[in-house]
Ligand binder design. Structure first.
Ligand code: UDP
Ligand code: MG
Length: 325
């Protein structure tokens, strides 16, 4: 059997604190896998610098000079986790049979990577890493994450439960991924849509090695909201139902007041009037806001902006530390 060429893709945003250790551990792992004839000698690790402000790029650059297995990709500016991942996947697929994506903080257990490869060799085009436990996550992160999966399922989006972006994809799967031309690429929702033979591998998620999470609450909420609105029209249907319901209620209330008026018992209905004005106004605002969200999406999609822009690419040697001019 011929061993597959593997590239491990690692998106990095201000990860200078974790990177040296991450590079060391991943390099050691790949070296071992090569020795055990699990992967080909030309297997690589590709670090994507997502417009970091710290020493991330110099660290990647230096280690790529010292180690032929280490490659680097520098995005021209911060484009976000998902886009950095895409930049890495699309670049890495050229010279690889399969690509594994993993976060730079090594919260995901790299020791299951050989199992990924095994599953790939057995004929799976996609292998999902799924967190077994979430012991190291805060209660808050656990509950919000769970609520997110439940909500997505309710909205009819097929997500792999507790799977983040630790996964293996075959070259063929990435080629298909490239045909998804949308700008809002919510990978966790899109990858299952490819539909190739897939399997899952379970692992324990650890604590972040060093540095801080790059997903504070604000970004997490934005991510969840993006995920929902890119994949589901349930919210807009919900608004429609809400509108119908409130219409029905106002008809009933209106009928009641008319009846009162004609029976001569006219009450000065200032309170009910003002409440309904506010209520309907509020509902309308929610509806307009939600519709705006979708129109915003259409607007963004219609512009067809590039998802990422590569500044420096270590596949085109010699690789400069800074882009001249
Ligand atoms: N990341 C990135 N660009 C961003 C934000 C994050 O490339 O704009 C990377 C980050 O360096 C890390 C991965 O995405 O490798 C996941 O981020 P993090 O570990 O902070 O998220 P968490 O595990 O806390 O959800
Ligand atoms: Mg993390």
């Amino acid at each position: 059997m011929i061993e597959p060429i593997l590239t491990i893709v690692v998106p990095c945003f201000n990860e200078a604190e974790t990177l040296p250790e991450t590079i060391r551990q991943l390099d050691q792992l790949v070296a071992e896998m090569i020795k055990e004839n699990l992967v080909a000698v030309s297997s690589k690790i590709l670090f994507v610098d997502d417009g970091s402000k710290d020493k991330t790029w110099p660290i990647i650059y230096k280690s790529s000079l010292q180690n032929d297995r280490v490659k680097g990709l520098k995005l021209a500016r911060n484009s976000g986790h998902q886009n950095a991942l895409l930049a890495g996947l699309f670049t890495a697929k050229e010279g690889s049979d399969c690509v594994i994506s993993i976060d730079a903080d090594l919260q995901d257990d790299i020791n299951v990577i050989p199992v990924f490869i095994q599953k790939f060799v057995e004929g799976n085009e996609i292998v999902y890493g799924v967190r077994d436990k979430r012991d190291t996550d805060t209660l808050f992160k656990k509950t919000t994450a769970q609520a997110f999966y439940k909500l997505m399922k309710y909205m009819g989006v097929n997500l792999i439960y507790n799977h983040a972006d630790f996964r293996l994809m075959s070259k063929r799967a990435i080629q298909e991924l490239e045909r998804f031309d949308e700008v809002n690429m919510f990978l966790r929702g899109i990858v299952p849509l490819i539909g190739f033979k897939a399997d899952t591998v379970y692992y324990d998620r650890k604590e972040r090695m060093a540095g801080e999470t790059k997903y504070p609450l604000k970004k997490m909420l934005a991510f969840a909201f993006d995920g929902i609105t890119s994949f589901s029209v349930t919210p807009i249907r919900f608004v429609l139902l809400l509108g119908l319901a409130s219409f029905l209620v106002s008809m009933l209330v209106g009928g009641y007041f008319l009846a009162l008026k004609f029976s001569g018992n006219t009450t000065t209905g200032w309170t009910s009037l003002i409440i309904s004005i506010w209520l309907i106004g509020g509902l309308q605002l929610i509806a307009i806001g939600l519709i705006g969200e979708y129109i915003g999406k259409i607007y963004k999609e219609s512009k067809r902006r590039p998802k990422f822009i590569i500044d420096i690419d270590s596949y085109s040697f010699p690789m400069p530390l800074h882009r001249k001019n």
